[in-house]
Ligand binder design. Structure first.
Ligand SMILES: Cc1cc2nc3c(=O)[nH]c(=O)nc-3n(C[C@H](O)[C@H](O)[C@H](O)COP(=O)(O)OP(=O)(O)OC[C@H]3O[C@@H](n4cnc5c(N)ncnc54)[C@H](O)[C@@H]3O)c2cc1C
Length: 409
């Protein structure tokens, strides 16, 4: 049984489908009804941690191991889209990581040299060349790389749901798990008993997830424009449409959809780690103002809708994947930041259920171990609260942490 029908849970169910096992997926809302369906659909390995940050933290081999996670996640998503043959607005879009100010030049150079050092493709843009790639004077440098895509997250989730149902998986939407007892998960209407249970549900409380302390959430906002004219698009992306994000800690991100609308996302330091949902347009208005300053030629383009969502994450921005020591039939996939990471981790957990571990798979239990070291230890977090401790730990993980001894156990 899989609990949770986001990118992770759907990937887990897809791996189990057709293996001769009876597979059931319980989803509290609709498949894709939480982060996955609300996402901007960037399929890039670079979700919260850039490659250069992984190299600093884990060394060359560790960075290779970990970069392979979202890369394989993207490959698996493409494979599933191909297999299912459903339309989820799949767009091939190179990534463009944009530096802001002097610090941004450094961040871009570090990313470029890490990519080259590890043998990955990389192209750097500065000066006039930069203006030929992005129609804005708001950036100081950029690094471009290939094999990245965009999807409509909700259509992806719903398409995959259809494929699972056709493949014999019992998919039950509006079926929220409310209790776990041994091998049985109870919902508000009934219960399901299974040999193995993979939890890929977000924002679970301690009654359903004894590792709930491991996870918090960040809020991010998205808005979308009316369709851009060809001239507007060209003025923004003179070369071709990229998927972009910048070097700020709370960064802005944008990409074109297949219907030529611009998706623009971002947040603010105050609301990113807020405990409660912020539902006013204040943050989005601020993100849009920043965008208009960067692209004054697009100031008349209208943003017609906005929404927010919360992404589960851990203190150091790596997912946690485990089997419960005293209930090894219970698998947990927690705090996956990014669709590719979630896809890999759901698929990984399902492979362990099938005992189909690939060579080297075991090392990921080491990287994704629940007992990792953080700057602000748990006892101090209990005093100062998650809202303060998480940004400190996240910033430390991104900019300072070195844990080269982590990894294979
Ligand atoms: C606004 C926004 C923009 C984003 N943009 C991007 C992006 O461009 N690229 C990218 O890679 N990532 C992006 N993300 C992050 C990405 O969406 C998440 O990291 C990813 O979707 C996590 O997938 P998941 O399956 O782990 O979790 P979720 O998608 O959160 O899935 C968990 C599922 O569990 C279900 N559930 C919860 N409780 C229960 C229960 N008790 N019983 C049954 N079911 C339950 C939920 O309804 C949900 O469907 C964005 C997120 C947001 C919010």
């Amino acid at each position: 049984m899989v609990v949770g029908g986001g990118a992770a849970g759907l990937a887990a169910a897809a791996r189990l489908m057709g293996t001769g096992k009876k597979v059931v997926l319980l989803e509290g809302n609709i498949c894709g009804g939480s982060s996955t369906g609300k996402s901007a659909g960037f399929l890039t390995p670079d979700s919260e941690l850039e490659l250069s940050q992984l190299v600093r933290r884990f060394g060359i081999q560790g960075a290779k191991d970990l970069w392979a996670v979202p890369v394989r996640g993207i490959e698996r998503m493409l494979e599933l889209i191909g297999k299912g043959g459903f339309d989820c607005d799949l767009q091939k879009q190179d990534s463009l990581f944009l530096g802001k100010g002097k610090g941004g030049i450094k961040a871009v150079q570090e990313e470029d040299s890490s990519r080259r050092g590890l043998g990955y493709d990389s192209q750097i843009y500065m000066g006039d060349e930069l203006r030929s790639a992005i129609g804005s004077s708001g950036y100081t440098a950029a690094v471009r790389y290939r094999n990245t895509y965009g999807v409509d997250g909700l259509r992806y989730a719903q398409g995959l749901k259809g494929m699972l149902i056709d493949g014999g998986v019992g998919v039950y939407e509006s079926s929220r798990a409310v209790a776990l007892s041994g091998h049985t998960v109870k919902t508000h209407m009934g219960s399901v008993t299974a040999d193995q249970i993979i939890f890929c549900a977000d924002k679970l409380g301690p009654e359903l997830n004894r590792y709930a302390w491991n996870v918090y959430h960040e809020q991010t906002f998205l808005s979308i424009t009316e369709p851009l004219s060809a001239a507007e698009q060209k003025s923004m992306f003179p070369l071709e449409p990229f998927q972009c994000w910048d070097s700020d800690l709370v960064y802005s991100y944008y990409r074109m959809t297949g219907s030529k609308r611009l998706l623009l996302g971002g947040g603010s330091l105050l609301t990113t780690y807020a405990r409660h949902d912020s539902t006013t347009s204040g943050v989005v208005d601020h993100v849009i103002s920043g965008f208009r300053r960067a692209f004054p030629q697009l100031s008349s383009v209208r943003f017609i809708q906005f929404w927010m969502g919360r992404i589960d994450m851990t203190r150091d921005l790596l997912p946690t994947v485990l089997r419960e020591p005293d209930a090894p039939w219970v698998h947990r996939v927690l705090g996956c930041v990014g669709l590719p990471w979630a896809t890999f981790c759901g698929d990984f957990a399902a492979r362990q259920v099938l005992a189909e571990a690939e060579t080297g798979d075991e090392k990921y239990y080491g990287y994704f171990d629940v007992n990792r070291k953080f700057l602000v230890p748990i006892w101090l977090e209990r005093v100062i609260g998650k809202r303060l401790a998480f940004p400190l730990n996240n910033a430390w993980a991104k900019y300072y942490q070195r844990d080269v001894r982590a990894g294979p156990r």
